[in-house]
Unconditional design. Structure first.
Length: 295
C-alpha cells in the first residue's frame, strides 16, 4: 500500500490526507474546486506548523508530509494508480453513488474503495460497484490528526481480506481500528446523534438553557464538550443529515430530527462554519481575523 487517493478536500478530506501523508504514503487529494484544494493545503500546512512548534513532529517530517500530497481537480487523473481510494465527499447518498460508479471505470480491479461516511449504508454504496466485496467504511473522527479512533464498517459483501487490509492501514496511521457491522449511523452516530437531538429537544422545551445543558453534560457526565457545542462544531446541517439517515433507516419516531434543528438549518445557522449556531462565533472570528494582521 503506497498510494492513496482521497476524494473531497473539505474538513474531513484534508485531515485524512494529512494523516496518510504524515505516515509516509503518497496522497492524491481530489476536489472539483481548486480553491478548496488550496484551502486544504493551507490548513494542512498550518496544522503541521503547530505540531512542529509543539515538538510533536520534526521540520523534516513537515516537509516530507507536504511533498507527499499531490492535488487534482479531475477524478480520473486522481484515482488512477491508487492502491486505496477513500471518499470523503458530502454526506449525500446520490453523490456517493455517482462517485463509486465512476471508480468502477477508473480504478484497477483490486483497488480497495472506502467511504468516510458517518451514517450512510456501506452496503448501499457498494451496490454501485462491480466488486462490492472490495468496498468498506473507514469513518475517521474530527479532527482527524488528533482523534485516535477509526470506525471500520463491514458491508454485507465486504470481504475479510479487505477488512484485514483496512485495519492494518489504520494501525499504520497510529489509529485504533474498531470493526462494526453495517447499519444506519453504525455505532458512533447511532449513539451520539440521538443524544444531540435530545439535547436540542431539552432546549426547545425550555427545561434548560444552552449553557446549563452543556455544563451538566460536561461536569456531570465528564464529556469534554457539551452536546450543543459539539453539534455546532460538527455542523447542524450534518447533524440533521445523519438524523434523517437514522429516521429513514429505522422508521422509528425516536430518530425523528427535532423541529428546532430543522429550523436552524433552514435559517443557515449551521454552527462554527456559519458563525452562528447554539453559540455565536461571529465575534470570535472577527477577533481572529484582526489578530492575524499582527502575526
Amino acid at each position: 500500500m503506497k498510494t492513496v487517493a482521497v476524494i473531497g478536500a473539505g474538513t474531513m478530506g484534508n485531515g485524512i490526507a494529512h494523516v496518510f501523508a504524515q505516515h509516509g504514503l503518497v496522497v492524491k487529494l481530489i476536489d472539483v474546486s481548486e480553491k478548496t484544494l488550496d484551502n486544504a493545503m493551507n490548513t494542512i500546512a498550518n496544522n503541521l506548523n503547530r505540531m512542529v512548534s509543539k515538538g510533536t513532529i520534526t521540520p523534516d517530517l513537515f516537509a516530507k508530509t507536504i511533498t507527499n500530497i499531490i492535488t487534482y481537480t479531475d477524478l480520473k487523473d486522481g484515482v488512477t494508480g491508487a492502491d486505496f481510494v477513500i471518499e470523503a465527499a458530502t454526506e449525500n447518498l446520490d453523490l456517493k453513488r455517482t462517485i463509486f460508479k465512476q471508480l468502477n471505470d477508473f480504478c484497477a480491479h483490486n483497488t480497495i474503495f472506502a467511504s468516510n461516511t458517518s451514517s450512510i449504508s456501506i452496503t448501499e454504496i457498494a451496490n454501485e460497484v462491480v466488486h462490492p466485496e472490495r468496498v468498506i467504511g473507514m469513518h475517521f473522527m474530527n479532527p482527524v490528526p488528533l482523534m485516535p479512533l477509526v470506525e471500520i464498517i463491514k458491508g454485507k459483501k465486504t470481504s475479510e481480506e479487505v477488512v484485514t487490509i483496512t485495519v492494518a492501514l489504520a494501525k499504520k496511521l497510529s489509529k485504533t481500528a474498531v470493526v462494526v457491522h453495517d447499519a444506519p449511523g453504525f455505532v458512533a452516530n447511532r449513539i451520539l446523534m440521538p443524544m444531540i437531538n435530545e439535547a436540542i429537544e431539552t432546549l426547545q422545551t425550555n427545561i434548560g438553557g444552552v449553557i446549563e445543558i452543556d455544563t451538566i453534560m460536561k461536569l456531570g457526565m465528564n464529556h469534554p464538550m457539551g452536546p450543543l457545542q459539539l453539534a455546532d462544531h460538527i455542523g447542524l446541517d450534518v447533524c440533521l443529515s445523519i438524523m434523517n439517515v437514522l429516521y429513514d433507516g429505522f422508521k422509528n419516531p425516536k430518530y425523528a430530527p427535532n423541529s428546532l434543528l430543522i429550523q436552524m438549518v433552514k435559517e443557515g445557522k449551521l454552527g462554527v462554519k456559519s458563525g452562528e449556531g447554539f453559540y455565536d462565533y461571529k465575534e470570535h472570528k472577527k477577533a481572529e481575523k484582526v489578530a492575524k494582521q499582527f502575526v
